[in-house]
Ligand binder design. Sequence first.
Ligand SMILES: C[S@@+](CC[C@H](N)C(=O)[O-])C[C@H]1O[C@@H](n2cnc3c(N)ncnc32)[C@H](O)[C@@H]1O
Length: 473
Amino acid sequence: MDCSVGRTDGGTTGSHAHADTFIDRSSHFALTSLANSRARELRYAEMNQAQPSLLEDPSIGKLSGVLSFKDDIRQLAWNGQPTEVKTTEVDHDGNTVRVETFTNEFWTSKQRAGHSLHEISYRACFKPQLVDFFVQRLTDPGDLVYDPFMGRGTTVVEAALLDRAVAGCDVNPLSRVLTKPRLAPPTLTQVSERLHALDLTFGDDYREDLTVFFHPETLRTICALRSYLRKRQTAGEMDGVDEWIEMVAVNRLTGHSRGFFSVYTLPPNQAVSIDSQRKINARREQTPAVRDVVQLIIKKSKSLLRDCGDATRQRLGAHAPGAQLLVRASSRTPELRSASVDLVVTSPPFLDVVDYATDNWLRCWFCGIEADSVPITMARKLDAWRSAMTEVFGELRRVLVPGGHVAFEVGEVRGGKIKLEESVIPCGKSVGLEPLAVVINAQRFTKTANCWGISNNRKGTNTNRIVLFRNPE
Ligand SMILES: C[S@@+](CC[C@H](N)C(=O)[O-])C[C@H]1O[C@@H](n2cnc3c(N)ncnc32)[C@H](O)[C@@H]1O
Protein backbone atom coordinates (compact mmCIF):
# COMPACT_ATOMS: atom_id res chain seq x y z
CA MET A 1 0.00 0.00 0.00
CA ASP A 2 1.41 3.32 -1.02
CA CYS A 3 1.66 5.71 1.88
CA SER A 4 3.92 8.15 0.17
CA VAL A 5 1.75 11.19 0.53
CA GLY A 6 2.56 13.03 3.66
CA ARG A 7 -0.55 15.08 4.02
CA THR A 8 -2.32 14.11 7.14
CA ASP A 9 -5.67 12.51 6.96
CA GLY A 10 -7.48 15.72 7.61
CA GLY A 11 -10.22 14.11 9.60
CA THR A 12 -8.45 15.03 12.78
CA THR A 13 -7.92 18.67 13.26
CA GLY A 14 -7.10 19.01 16.90
CA SER A 15 -9.10 19.87 19.94
CA HIS A 16 -12.29 21.84 19.76
CA ALA A 17 -12.53 24.55 22.31
CA HIS A 18 -15.41 26.23 20.60
CA ALA A 19 -18.90 25.42 19.53
CA ASP A 20 -20.20 27.18 16.48
CA THR A 21 -17.63 29.91 16.64
CA PHE A 22 -15.13 30.62 13.95
CA ILE A 23 -11.74 32.08 14.40
CA ASP A 24 -11.29 34.63 11.74
CA ARG A 25 -7.58 35.01 11.98
CA SER A 26 -6.82 37.25 9.10
CA SER A 27 -9.95 39.28 9.42
CA HIS A 28 -9.08 39.82 13.04
CA PHE A 29 -5.62 40.81 12.00
CA ALA A 30 -6.47 42.09 8.55
CA LEU A 31 -4.18 44.87 7.65
CA THR A 32 -5.73 47.31 5.31
CA SER A 33 -2.79 49.65 5.47
CA LEU A 34 0.83 48.82 4.99
CA ALA A 35 1.93 51.97 6.79
CA ASN A 36 2.25 50.88 10.36
CA SER A 37 4.56 47.94 10.28
CA ARG A 38 5.28 48.06 14.02
CA ALA A 39 1.61 47.70 14.83
CA ARG A 40 1.48 44.82 12.39
CA GLU A 41 4.42 43.11 14.05
CA LEU A 42 2.75 43.43 17.41
CA ARG A 43 -0.44 41.94 16.09
CA TYR A 44 1.36 39.00 14.62
CA ALA A 45 3.32 38.56 17.82
CA GLU A 46 -0.01 38.39 19.62
CA MET A 47 -1.29 35.92 17.07
CA ASN A 48 1.77 33.77 17.37
CA GLN A 49 1.59 33.57 21.12
CA ALA A 50 -1.95 32.67 21.75
CA GLN A 51 -4.93 30.99 20.25
CA PRO A 52 -6.50 33.85 18.33
CA SER A 53 -9.77 35.15 19.64
CA LEU A 54 -12.94 33.63 18.36
CA LEU A 55 -15.12 35.68 16.12
CA GLU A 56 -18.71 34.96 15.26
CA ASP A 57 -18.70 36.99 12.10
CA PRO A 58 -16.20 36.39 9.32
CA SER A 59 -17.36 39.51 7.57
CA ILE A 60 -14.19 41.54 7.21
CA GLY A 61 -12.87 41.34 3.68
CA LYS A 62 -9.66 40.48 1.99
CA LEU A 63 -6.32 42.18 2.17
CA SER A 64 -6.09 44.75 -0.56
CA GLY A 65 -4.11 43.67 -3.55
CA VAL A 66 -1.22 41.46 -4.37
CA LEU A 67 1.47 43.38 -2.54
CA SER A 68 -0.43 43.21 0.70
CA PHE A 69 -0.79 39.44 0.41
CA LYS A 70 2.94 39.03 0.04
CA ASP A 71 3.65 41.62 2.71
CA ASP A 72 1.23 39.93 5.00
CA ILE A 73 2.86 36.53 4.79
CA ARG A 74 6.34 38.04 4.91
CA GLN A 75 5.41 39.42 8.32
CA LEU A 76 4.09 36.20 9.75
CA ALA A 77 6.17 34.45 12.36
CA TRP A 78 5.49 31.16 14.02
CA ASN A 79 6.94 30.55 17.46
CA GLY A 80 9.44 33.29 16.75
CA GLN A 81 10.46 31.82 13.39
CA PRO A 82 10.37 34.50 10.70
CA THR A 83 9.17 33.68 7.22
CA GLU A 84 12.00 32.58 4.98
CA VAL A 85 11.96 34.22 1.56
CA LYS A 86 13.74 32.70 -1.41
CA THR A 87 13.24 32.62 -5.15
CA THR A 88 12.06 29.69 -7.23
CA GLU A 89 13.49 29.85 -10.74
CA VAL A 90 12.05 27.87 -13.60
CA ASP A 91 12.53 27.85 -17.29
CA HIS A 92 9.52 28.70 -19.43
CA ASP A 93 9.89 28.83 -23.21
CA GLY A 94 13.59 29.61 -22.89
CA ASN A 95 13.05 32.42 -20.35
CA THR A 96 13.72 32.25 -16.63
CA VAL A 97 10.65 32.86 -14.51
CA ARG A 98 11.41 33.94 -10.93
CA VAL A 99 8.77 33.52 -8.24
CA GLU A 100 9.16 34.65 -4.64
CA THR A 101 8.92 31.66 -2.33
CA PHE A 102 7.81 32.01 1.29
CA THR A 103 8.38 29.26 3.85
CA ASN A 104 7.07 29.08 7.39
CA GLU A 105 4.66 27.17 9.53
CA PHE A 106 1.81 29.33 8.30
CA TRP A 107 -0.92 27.10 9.65
CA THR A 108 -0.95 24.18 12.03
CA SER A 109 -3.61 22.05 13.55
CA LYS A 110 -2.95 23.61 16.94
CA GLN A 111 -3.18 27.15 15.71
CA ARG A 112 -6.84 26.89 15.03
CA ALA A 113 -9.17 24.01 15.55
CA GLY A 114 -11.05 23.03 12.42
CA HIS A 115 -14.82 22.89 12.40
CA SER A 116 -16.11 19.46 13.40
CA LEU A 117 -17.86 19.11 10.02
CA HIS A 118 -14.49 18.52 8.37
CA GLU A 119 -13.78 15.26 10.15
CA ILE A 120 -14.32 13.02 7.17
CA SER A 121 -11.31 11.03 6.06
CA TYR A 122 -10.06 11.10 2.48
CA ARG A 123 -6.75 10.16 0.95
CA ALA A 124 -4.41 13.11 0.44
CA CYS A 125 -6.86 15.72 1.62
CA PHE A 126 -5.59 19.02 2.89
CA LYS A 127 -6.51 20.76 6.10
CA PRO A 128 -9.22 23.40 6.35
CA GLN A 129 -6.57 25.75 7.74
CA LEU A 130 -4.93 25.84 4.29
CA VAL A 131 -8.22 26.89 2.70
CA ASP A 132 -8.87 29.42 5.42
CA PHE A 133 -5.46 31.00 4.86
CA PHE A 134 -6.16 31.86 1.23
CA VAL A 135 -9.91 32.46 1.41
CA GLN A 136 -9.59 35.05 4.14
CA ARG A 137 -6.71 36.86 2.51
CA LEU A 138 -7.94 36.87 -1.07
CA THR A 139 -11.73 37.02 -1.03
CA ASP A 140 -14.62 38.89 0.50
CA PRO A 141 -17.74 37.31 1.99
CA GLY A 142 -20.10 36.36 -0.83
CA ASP A 143 -17.28 35.85 -3.37
CA LEU A 144 -17.21 32.53 -5.24
CA VAL A 145 -14.59 29.95 -4.20
CA TYR A 146 -14.10 26.87 -6.40
CA ASP A 147 -12.21 23.56 -6.13
CA PRO A 148 -11.79 21.62 -9.43
CA PHE A 149 -10.42 18.55 -7.56
CA MET A 150 -12.90 18.53 -4.71
CA GLY A 151 -12.04 15.26 -2.90
CA ARG A 152 -13.80 15.17 0.47
CA GLY A 153 -14.80 18.81 -0.08
CA THR A 154 -12.45 20.64 2.30
CA THR A 155 -12.41 23.82 0.20
CA VAL A 156 -16.14 23.82 -0.43
CA VAL A 157 -17.14 23.20 3.19
CA GLU A 158 -14.60 25.61 4.68
CA ALA A 159 -15.38 28.40 2.21
CA ALA A 160 -19.14 28.06 2.87
CA LEU A 161 -18.45 28.17 6.62
CA LEU A 162 -16.58 31.42 5.93
CA ASP A 163 -19.65 32.82 4.20
CA ARG A 164 -18.38 32.47 0.64
CA ALA A 165 -20.36 31.10 -2.30
CA VAL A 166 -18.96 27.74 -3.38
CA ALA A 167 -18.49 25.41 -6.33
CA GLY A 168 -16.62 22.12 -6.67
CA CYS A 169 -15.87 19.43 -9.21
CA ASP A 170 -14.44 15.92 -9.01
CA VAL A 171 -14.42 13.14 -11.55
CA ASN A 172 -15.34 10.63 -8.83
CA PRO A 173 -19.03 10.74 -7.80
CA LEU A 174 -17.88 9.71 -4.31
CA SER A 175 -16.63 13.26 -3.80
CA ARG A 176 -20.15 14.65 -4.11
CA VAL A 177 -21.44 11.96 -1.75
CA LEU A 178 -18.92 13.15 0.85
CA THR A 179 -19.38 16.89 0.34
CA LYS A 180 -23.02 17.72 -0.37
CA PRO A 181 -24.57 16.54 2.92
CA ARG A 182 -22.24 18.71 4.97
CA LEU A 183 -23.47 21.86 3.26
CA ALA A 184 -26.95 21.19 4.65
CA PRO A 185 -26.48 19.05 7.76
CA PRO A 186 -29.60 17.50 9.28
CA THR A 187 -30.10 17.46 13.06
CA LEU A 188 -29.01 14.51 15.14
CA THR A 189 -32.66 13.80 15.94
CA GLN A 190 -33.52 13.58 12.24
CA VAL A 191 -30.66 11.16 11.66
CA SER A 192 -31.56 9.00 14.62
CA GLU A 193 -35.29 8.91 13.80
CA ARG A 194 -34.62 7.96 10.18
CA LEU A 195 -32.25 5.15 11.15
CA HIS A 196 -34.61 3.75 13.78
CA ALA A 197 -37.49 3.78 11.30
CA LEU A 198 -35.62 1.50 8.88
CA ASP A 199 -35.91 -2.26 8.78
CA LEU A 200 -32.26 -3.24 8.41
CA THR A 201 -32.68 -6.97 8.96
CA PHE A 202 -32.65 -7.99 5.32
CA GLY A 203 -30.69 -6.57 2.43
CA ASP A 204 -30.37 -7.52 -1.24
CA ASP A 205 -26.98 -8.25 -2.73
CA TYR A 206 -25.40 -9.85 0.33
CA ARG A 207 -21.70 -10.18 -0.54
CA GLU A 208 -20.24 -13.24 1.13
CA ASP A 209 -16.69 -12.21 0.17
CA LEU A 210 -16.93 -9.14 2.38
CA THR A 211 -17.07 -11.29 5.52
CA VAL A 212 -13.28 -10.88 5.68
CA PHE A 213 -14.05 -7.33 6.83
CA PHE A 214 -17.40 -7.67 8.57
CA HIS A 215 -19.19 -10.09 10.89
CA PRO A 216 -22.05 -11.70 8.87
CA GLU A 217 -24.64 -9.99 11.07
CA THR A 218 -22.98 -6.58 10.60
CA LEU A 219 -22.67 -7.23 6.87
CA ARG A 220 -26.39 -8.00 6.64
CA THR A 221 -27.18 -4.61 8.22
CA ILE A 222 -24.71 -2.85 5.92
CA CYS A 223 -26.25 -4.53 2.85
CA ALA A 224 -29.76 -3.67 4.04
CA LEU A 225 -28.80 -0.03 4.52
CA ARG A 226 -27.09 -0.02 1.16
CA SER A 227 -30.11 -1.45 -0.63
CA TYR A 228 -32.43 1.07 1.10
CA LEU A 229 -30.20 3.95 -0.05
CA ARG A 230 -29.78 2.61 -3.59
CA LYS A 231 -33.56 2.13 -3.96
CA ARG A 232 -34.22 5.66 -2.71
CA GLN A 233 -31.64 6.96 -5.14
CA THR A 234 -33.10 5.07 -8.10
CA ALA A 235 -36.56 6.37 -7.23
CA GLY A 236 -35.19 9.92 -6.94
CA GLU A 237 -36.37 10.01 -3.33
CA MET A 238 -33.13 10.51 -1.48
CA ASP A 239 -33.34 13.51 0.84
CA GLY A 240 -30.73 15.32 2.93
CA VAL A 241 -31.09 12.90 5.84
CA ASP A 242 -30.50 9.87 3.58
CA GLU A 243 -27.51 11.61 2.03
CA TRP A 244 -26.06 12.35 5.45
CA ILE A 245 -26.52 8.72 6.55
CA GLU A 246 -24.85 7.52 3.36
CA MET A 247 -21.88 9.85 3.91
CA VAL A 248 -21.39 8.76 7.52
CA ALA A 249 -21.82 5.06 6.71
CA VAL A 250 -19.20 5.39 3.97
CA ASN A 251 -16.84 6.80 6.56
CA ARG A 252 -17.49 4.10 9.09
CA LEU A 253 -17.14 1.15 6.71
CA THR A 254 -13.57 0.12 7.43
CA GLY A 255 -10.94 1.31 9.84
CA HIS A 256 -8.57 0.48 12.59
CA SER A 257 -10.74 0.77 15.70
CA ARG A 258 -14.06 -0.31 17.17
CA GLY A 259 -15.56 2.94 15.87
CA PHE A 260 -15.78 1.29 12.42
CA PHE A 261 -18.03 -1.48 11.12
CA SER A 262 -15.06 -3.68 10.20
CA VAL A 263 -12.45 -5.78 11.90
CA TYR A 264 -9.04 -4.05 12.22
CA THR A 265 -7.83 -2.93 8.82
CA LEU A 266 -6.15 0.10 7.23
CA PRO A 267 -7.54 3.58 7.85
CA PRO A 268 -10.95 4.18 6.29
CA ASN A 269 -9.70 6.07 3.24
CA GLN A 270 -7.47 3.22 2.08
CA ALA A 271 -9.47 0.05 1.64
CA VAL A 272 -7.28 -2.99 1.10
CA SER A 273 -8.23 -5.79 -1.25
CA ILE A 274 -10.10 -8.87 -0.02
CA ASP A 275 -6.94 -10.95 -0.36
CA SER A 276 -4.85 -8.50 1.63
CA GLN A 277 -7.47 -8.38 4.36
CA ARG A 278 -7.42 -12.18 4.56
CA LYS A 279 -3.68 -11.95 5.20
CA ILE A 280 -4.11 -9.21 7.81
CA ASN A 281 -6.69 -11.37 9.60
CA ALA A 282 -4.38 -14.39 9.57
CA ARG A 283 -1.39 -12.38 10.77
CA ARG A 284 -3.37 -10.77 13.59
CA GLU A 285 -5.36 -13.95 14.30
CA GLN A 286 -8.56 -11.91 14.17
CA THR A 287 -12.13 -12.45 13.05
CA PRO A 288 -14.67 -9.65 12.62
CA ALA A 289 -16.84 -8.95 15.69
CA VAL A 290 -20.47 -7.81 15.57
CA ARG A 291 -20.84 -4.02 15.40
CA ASP A 292 -23.91 -1.88 15.96
CA VAL A 293 -24.10 -0.10 12.61
CA VAL A 294 -26.92 2.25 13.62
CA GLN A 295 -25.26 3.32 16.87
CA LEU A 296 -21.92 3.91 15.14
CA ILE A 297 -23.58 6.14 12.56
CA ILE A 298 -25.34 8.10 15.29
CA LYS A 299 -22.13 8.44 17.30
CA LYS A 300 -20.14 9.73 14.33
CA SER A 301 -23.00 12.07 13.37
CA LYS A 302 -22.99 13.51 16.88
CA SER A 303 -19.29 14.16 16.62
CA LEU A 304 -19.53 15.74 13.16
CA LEU A 305 -22.41 17.95 14.25
CA ARG A 306 -20.95 19.12 17.53
CA ASP A 307 -19.93 22.56 16.19
CA CYS A 308 -23.15 22.99 14.19
CA GLY A 309 -25.13 25.61 16.02
CA ASP A 310 -27.46 28.20 14.58
CA ALA A 311 -24.66 30.40 13.21
CA THR A 312 -23.12 27.53 11.25
CA ARG A 313 -26.48 26.43 9.89
CA GLN A 314 -27.33 29.97 8.89
CA ARG A 315 -24.03 30.45 7.07
CA LEU A 316 -24.23 27.11 5.29
CA GLY A 317 -27.91 27.63 4.54
CA ALA A 318 -27.05 30.82 2.66
CA HIS A 319 -24.67 29.01 0.30
CA ALA A 320 -25.87 25.40 0.01
CA PRO A 321 -28.74 26.04 -2.42
CA GLY A 322 -26.49 27.78 -4.96
CA ALA A 323 -23.53 25.42 -4.59
CA GLN A 324 -22.56 23.77 -7.88
CA LEU A 325 -20.98 20.37 -7.18
CA LEU A 326 -20.04 18.84 -10.51
CA VAL A 327 -19.14 15.25 -11.28
CA ARG A 328 -16.86 15.38 -14.31
CA ALA A 329 -13.28 15.94 -15.39
CA SER A 330 -12.37 19.47 -14.43
CA SER A 331 -10.75 20.28 -17.76
CA ARG A 332 -14.23 20.99 -19.14
CA THR A 333 -16.86 22.56 -16.91
CA PRO A 334 -19.43 24.32 -19.08
CA GLU A 335 -21.79 24.55 -16.07
CA LEU A 336 -19.52 27.19 -14.57
CA ARG A 337 -19.97 30.67 -15.97
CA SER A 338 -16.95 32.43 -17.49
CA ALA A 339 -15.40 35.11 -15.27
CA SER A 340 -17.41 34.05 -12.22
CA VAL A 341 -14.89 32.53 -9.78
CA ASP A 342 -12.94 34.76 -7.39
CA LEU A 343 -10.61 32.15 -5.95
CA VAL A 344 -9.63 28.55 -6.65
CA VAL A 345 -8.12 26.54 -3.79
CA THR A 346 -7.21 23.05 -4.91
CA SER A 347 -4.82 20.12 -4.93
CA PRO A 348 -4.66 17.90 -8.01
CA PRO A 349 -4.01 14.18 -8.23
CA PHE A 350 -0.24 13.78 -7.93
CA LEU A 351 1.56 11.81 -10.58
CA ASP A 352 1.13 8.16 -9.62
CA VAL A 353 1.18 8.65 -5.88
CA VAL A 354 -2.40 7.93 -4.95
CA ASP A 355 -4.71 5.48 -6.65
CA TYR A 356 -8.05 7.01 -5.75
CA ALA A 357 -10.02 4.26 -7.49
CA THR A 358 -8.34 1.39 -5.62
CA ASP A 359 -8.30 3.24 -2.32
CA ASN A 360 -12.00 3.89 -2.50
CA TRP A 361 -13.31 0.60 -3.96
CA LEU A 362 -15.34 -0.40 -0.91
CA ARG A 363 -16.77 3.07 -0.45
CA CYS A 364 -17.71 3.11 -4.12
CA TRP A 365 -19.39 -0.31 -3.80
CA PHE A 366 -21.53 1.00 -0.94
CA CYS A 367 -22.54 4.03 -3.01
CA GLY A 368 -23.29 2.02 -6.15
CA ILE A 369 -20.38 3.60 -8.04
CA GLU A 370 -18.34 1.54 -10.52
CA ALA A 371 -14.91 2.50 -9.17
CA ASP A 372 -13.07 1.11 -12.20
CA SER A 373 -15.04 3.20 -14.65
CA VAL A 374 -14.21 6.56 -13.04
CA PRO A 375 -11.68 8.25 -15.38
CA ILE A 376 -9.37 9.54 -12.67
CA THR A 377 -6.24 11.33 -13.92
CA MET A 378 -3.33 9.01 -13.08
CA ALA A 379 -0.33 10.41 -14.92
CA ARG A 380 2.81 8.36 -14.34
CA LYS A 381 5.14 10.63 -16.28
CA LEU A 382 5.73 14.25 -15.47
CA ASP A 383 5.05 15.36 -19.06
CA ALA A 384 1.65 13.70 -19.08
CA TRP A 385 0.84 15.23 -15.69
CA ARG A 386 1.90 18.68 -16.92
CA SER A 387 -0.26 18.49 -19.99
CA ALA A 388 -3.29 17.29 -17.97
CA MET A 389 -2.77 20.18 -15.52
CA THR A 390 -2.28 22.74 -18.29
CA GLU A 391 -5.67 21.77 -19.69
CA VAL A 392 -7.26 22.32 -16.30
CA PHE A 393 -5.46 25.67 -15.92
CA GLY A 394 -6.91 26.75 -19.27
CA GLU A 395 -10.40 26.07 -17.93
CA LEU A 396 -9.61 27.78 -14.64
CA ARG A 397 -8.49 30.88 -16.50
CA ARG A 398 -11.85 30.91 -18.31
CA VAL A 399 -13.90 30.75 -15.10
CA LEU A 400 -11.77 33.19 -13.06
CA VAL A 401 -12.75 36.82 -12.74
CA PRO A 402 -10.05 39.28 -13.84
CA GLY A 403 -7.87 39.73 -10.75
CA GLY A 404 -9.01 36.35 -9.34
CA HIS A 405 -6.53 33.88 -7.87
CA VAL A 406 -5.63 30.19 -8.00
CA ALA A 407 -3.95 28.58 -4.97
CA PHE A 408 -2.70 25.28 -6.39
CA GLU A 409 -1.32 22.91 -3.76
CA VAL A 410 1.10 20.16 -4.64
CA GLY A 411 2.65 17.82 -2.11
CA GLU A 412 6.23 16.76 -2.15
CA VAL A 413 6.44 13.55 -4.14
CA ARG A 414 9.02 10.85 -4.69
CA GLY A 415 10.91 11.76 -1.54
CA GLY A 416 11.17 15.41 -2.56
CA LYS A 417 13.10 14.56 -5.75
CA ILE A 418 10.36 16.09 -7.85
CA LYS A 419 9.24 19.56 -6.85
CA LEU A 420 5.88 19.75 -8.51
CA GLU A 421 5.60 23.48 -7.87
CA GLU A 422 8.36 23.97 -10.43
CA SER A 423 6.28 22.09 -12.98
CA VAL A 424 3.10 23.89 -12.08
CA ILE A 425 4.47 27.39 -12.69
CA PRO A 426 4.87 26.91 -16.49
CA CYS A 427 1.46 25.18 -16.69
CA GLY A 428 -0.30 28.25 -15.32
CA LYS A 429 1.92 30.69 -17.15
CA SER A 430 1.31 29.07 -20.50
CA VAL A 431 -2.43 29.84 -20.25
CA GLY A 432 -1.79 33.44 -19.23
CA LEU A 433 -1.95 33.24 -15.45
CA GLU A 434 0.61 35.25 -13.54
CA PRO A 435 2.62 33.26 -10.93
CA LEU A 436 2.72 35.45 -7.83
CA ALA A 437 4.27 33.37 -5.09
CA VAL A 438 5.11 29.91 -3.87
CA VAL A 439 3.89 29.43 -0.30
CA ILE A 440 5.41 26.51 1.58
CA ASN A 441 3.84 25.49 4.85
CA ALA A 442 6.45 23.51 6.71
CA GLN A 443 4.23 21.41 8.90
CA ARG A 444 5.55 19.73 11.98
CA PHE A 445 5.22 15.99 12.35
CA THR A 446 1.74 15.21 13.59
CA LYS A 447 0.29 12.39 15.61
CA THR A 448 -2.17 11.64 12.85
CA ALA A 449 0.54 11.21 10.27
CA ASN A 450 2.38 8.98 12.67
CA CYS A 451 -0.65 6.83 13.29
CA TRP A 452 -1.13 6.35 9.56
CA GLY A 453 2.44 5.10 9.31
CA ILE A 454 3.78 8.11 7.47
CA SER A 455 7.00 9.50 8.79
CA ASN A 456 8.10 13.01 8.17
CA ASN A 457 10.60 13.62 5.39
CA ARG A 458 11.00 9.96 4.70
CA LYS A 459 8.18 8.39 2.69
CA GLY A 460 6.42 11.74 2.44
CA THR A 461 6.50 15.02 4.18
CA ASN A 462 4.09 17.25 5.92
CA THR A 463 4.86 20.29 3.83
CA ASN A 464 2.20 21.85 1.67
CA ARG A 465 3.55 23.65 -1.37
CA ILE A 466 1.18 26.10 -2.96
CA VAL A 467 1.71 28.03 -6.14
CA LEU A 468 -0.39 31.18 -6.14
CA PHE A 469 -1.44 32.57 -9.52
CA ARG A 470 -3.38 35.68 -10.44
CA ASN A 471 -5.57 36.18 -13.44
CA PRO A 472 -4.43 39.47 -14.98
CA GLU A 473 -7.02 42.28 -14.92
C1 LIG B 1 -5.57 15.37 -3.90
S1 LIG B 1 -7.24 14.89 -4.09
C2 LIG B 1 -8.10 16.32 -3.57
C3 LIG B 1 -8.30 16.35 -2.10
C4 LIG B 1 -9.03 17.57 -1.63
N1 LIG B 1 -8.19 18.75 -1.68
C5 LIG B 1 -9.51 17.35 -0.20
O1 LIG B 1 -9.09 18.08 0.72
O2 LIG B 1 -10.27 16.40 -0.01
C6 LIG B 1 -7.44 14.92 -5.82
C7 LIG B 1 -8.83 14.62 -6.31
O3 LIG B 1 -8.82 14.79 -7.72
C8 LIG B 1 -9.81 13.91 -8.26
N2 LIG B 1 -9.53 13.81 -9.70
C9 LIG B 1 -8.61 13.03 -10.34
N3 LIG B 1 -8.63 13.28 -11.65
C10 LIG B 1 -9.56 14.25 -11.87
C11 LIG B 1 -10.00 14.95 -13.03
N4 LIG B 1 -9.49 14.69 -14.23
N5 LIG B 1 -10.98 15.89 -12.86
C12 LIG B 1 -11.50 16.15 -11.65
N6 LIG B 1 -11.12 15.50 -10.52
C13 LIG B 1 -10.15 14.59 -10.62
C14 LIG B 1 -9.66 12.65 -7.46
O4 LIG B 1 -10.85 11.89 -7.52
C15 LIG B 1 -9.36 13.22 -6.07
O5 LIG B 1 -10.55 13.32 -5.33
